[in-house]
Design a protein around this ligand. Structure first.
Ligand code: PXL
Length: 289
């Protein structure tokens, strides 16, 4: 059996060469948090799919099965499995088996149900490119999670509800998180929630204690691509260090806010280039325990 001496996470996500998303964020972030990161790529892309045309896309579904078989033969233990961008519904089936096995060994499952974002997409397409067939599989998949991290668009898709036309109140958000927790997860963090005209918030709910909190993210009137993936990575890193879901969400909010503040120093960075987290990474987590 290969045991972990520092926390070890299987990070299941795509590898997009350019544009700061998914594994190009999760891997350095988890490493900086003192977590051994074992990437399991779902697809290799030249760039992510937002705003870039003609990106290359190599679906790794078959390869994932082989990688998992090899990992199994090595009997590797993981403190957590965190999943993000899925390239096919079959990947969700493969990972469902993997997560069920790993949960029996005590691993935590953090599922980011990557599907879309109203804030980024134009009015009638809430889904990210390629994602509109995955909803049903994703609804089942989140049932296996200990913690889920949907943005508000994904939360509405999972609950089969309309995206709110107006700002959302704290009570409405708590109610939504309680309903999401009924799908299975004990912890729910909903990102990208406009709680008034000048405030973006993250809602977080801990089913074990019944506590819900609204975390203030400030507000800058433009989207920041890839911040959901950063949020999920930091939250996972904090959870495997033993933080509660509410504390972990606060740490993730603080890091995303710091990365956004850094990005604002570079006016030439386009939205699709993601946020500049590199320069703040080592300092932010230097004392992290
Ligand atoms: O950040 C979500 C995400 C992840 N991976 C890929 C994407 C997106 C959103 O556009 O395209 C490949």
């Amino acid at each position: 059996m290969i045991k972990s001496f520092i926390p070890r996470v299987a990070a299941v996500n795509d590898l997009s060469g350019f544009g700061r998303v998914s594994l190009t964020e999760a891997t350095p972030i988890l490493s900086a948090m003192g977590v051994e990161t074992c990437p399991l790529p779902t697809a290799v892309l030249s760039t992510h799919t937002y705003k870039f045309q003609d990106y290359t896309f190599c679906d790794l579904t078959d390869e994932m099965e082989k990688i998992l078989d090899h990992w199994k033969s090595l009997d590797i233990k993981f403190d957590a499995v965190c999943t993000g961008y899925m390239a096919s519904a079959r990947q969700i089936d493969i990972l469902s088996d993997f997560i069920q096995e790993k949960k029996l060994e005590g691993s935590l499952a953090v599922i980011d149900p990557v599907l879309g974002d109203n804030v980024l997409a134009d009015a009638e397409t809430v889904y990210y490119d390629r994602m509109n067939d995955l909803l049903l599989a994703m609804r089942r998949f989140v049932g296996l999670a200990d913690v889920i991290t949907p943005n508000l668009t994904e939360a509405c898709l999972l609950l089969d509800e309309k995206y709110p036309e107006d700002y959302i109140t704290e009570e409405e958000l708590k109610d939504m998180m309680v309903r999401l927790s009924r799908l299975g997860p004990k912890g729910v963090a909903v990102t990208s929630v406009m709680t008034d005209s000048s405030r973006m918030s993250v809602g977080v709910y801990d089913k074990n204690t019944g506590e819900a909190k609204l975390l203030d993210c400030g507000y800058i009137d433009r989207p920041f691509h890839g911040t959901g993936d950063i949020f999920a990575a930091v939250l996972t890193g904090a959870l495997v260090h033993g933080k509660t879901v509410i504390d972990a969400a606060q740490i993730a909010v603080d890091f995303v806010k710091a990365a956004i503040a850094e990005t604002m120093k570079y006016p030439d960075i386009k939205i699709e280039y993601g946020v500049v987290f590199e320069k703040i990474l080592s300092k932010f987590f230097s004392d992290f325990k």
